[in-house]
Structures are given as structure tokens and as C-alpha cells.
Design a protein around this ligand. Structure first.
Ligand code: 2AL
Length: 184
């Protein structure tokens, strides 16, 4: 993703430009439209709170829509778009995975797709290859409904982390220093 923009700049973008940023966080069309229309947020925190609350309403079909944009764990994201760039950064730990771990993840991905009919999704940022594998193996034992819930939770974590990379922190409040001469 490019350099973060300020909350004020995000609030001021035209709708198409704002939607093309939000879509990278999670390609769930109704959620993207909702966030774009709910501007201005004023602060980054207000945007985070709103995006998180609305993401909690995501359903199984939202998951399927968003998954089209997430490469498998261990698969090099193709292209130079902002979402491929974000995936590459999130999955950076996989570039130093031991061969046995990487092979086990490939096999686990195949088993997951056969079991649940969609790509295994996990917030990869901050997780080692061994942790990614352990989570894949654990979640393979979930029932369908539990697994949809876990995958949606991971989708939300990825979206909020991407939001936080894309939108700069608010300017810290500058305490008012009295003027040395006028004391005002
Ligand atoms: C990804 C991805 O590209 N970034 C991330 O955190 N997780 N993919 C995936 N299948 O879980």
C-alpha cells in the first residue's frame, strides 16, 4: 500500500476514490459502500470503530466475495495492485518457511478446500509459518458453522490492519502554549 493518508484527506475524497481504497481492506461491496457513504468520520478512531462494527455483520457470502482477492497462504500474490502488495507484506514470514512447513501448508490448503469449498483465510501478519500451519490444522477440525465464524473473524482482522496501514494517525493534540510576552 502507498503512504498513509490523513483521516481528513480520506473524508474529502470523491466516492470512487474512497471506494477504491476501502475495497483493498476487504472486497465486500455493501461494506465498502457503507463506509464511503458514512464519511466524514473526522478521526481515524471513529473510522476504525465504524468499520469494525459494520464488519461484524458480514455473512458467509461476504466471505466468499472477499476471498477472491486473497491468495492462498504460501502462494505468491500476483500483480502490483494494492491488495497484492498488502498480501505480500502480510505473508512476509512465509519467505523464510522451512520446506517441511511450507509443504505441510500446501497439503493443508488442499485438504481445507476439499473440506470447506473455499480458500483457507487467516490474518498472516505477526504469525510465523509454524503458527499458520498449526492454525490450519486446528481449523480443519472445525464444523462448518464454527469455521465460517473463524474465517469471518480473520477477514475482519485483516481489514482493520489494512485500514490502519492506509490511514495515518490523527495529529496529536497540540497543547496551547501561552505566548511568552502576551501570556495569551
Ligand atoms: C492472506 C493474505 O493474503 N494476507 C493475509 O493476512 N492472509 N491470505 C490467506 N489466504 O489467508
Amino acid at each position: 500500500m502507498g503512504a498513509p493518508i490523513t483521516p481528513a484527506a480520506f473524508d474529502g475524497l470523491d466516492a470512487d476514490a474512497a471506494a477504491s481504497i476501502v475495497r483493498v481492506w476487504a472486497a465486500v461491496p455493501a461494506w465498502v459502500a457503507d463506509i464511503v457513504a458514512a464519511r466524514p468520520f473526522g478521526t481515524r478512531d471513529a473510522l476504525i470503530v465504524y468499520a469494525d462494527r459494520r464488519a461484524r455483520a458480514w455473512t458467509r457470502s461476504d466471505l466468499d466475495a472477499a476471498l477472491a482477492h486473497h491468495p492462498r497462504i504460501g502462494e505468491r500474490p500476483r500483480g502490483s495492485g494494492a491488495d497484492a502488495e498488502a498480501s505480500r507484506a502480510e505473508q512476509a514470514s512465509m519467505s523464510s518457511a522451512a520446506t517441511t512447513t511450507a509443504d505441510a501448508i500446501v497439503a493443508g490448503n488442499v485438504a481445507y478446500e476439499a473440506r470447506f469449498g473455499r480458500v483457507f483465510l487467516i490474518r498472516a501478519a505477526g504469525r510465523s509459518p509454524e503458527e499458520l500451519l498449526a492454525e490450519l490444522e486446528r481449523r480443519l477440525r472445525n464444523d462448518d458453522e464454527t469455521e465460517v465464524g473463524e474465517a469471518l473473524h480473520q477477514l475482519r482482522e485483516i481489514a482493520l490492519l489494512r485500514l490502519q496501514s492506509a490511514i495515518a494517525c490523527d495529529q496529536p493534540h497540540q497543547p496551547h502554549e501561552p505566548h511568552p510576552e502576551t501570556n495569551a
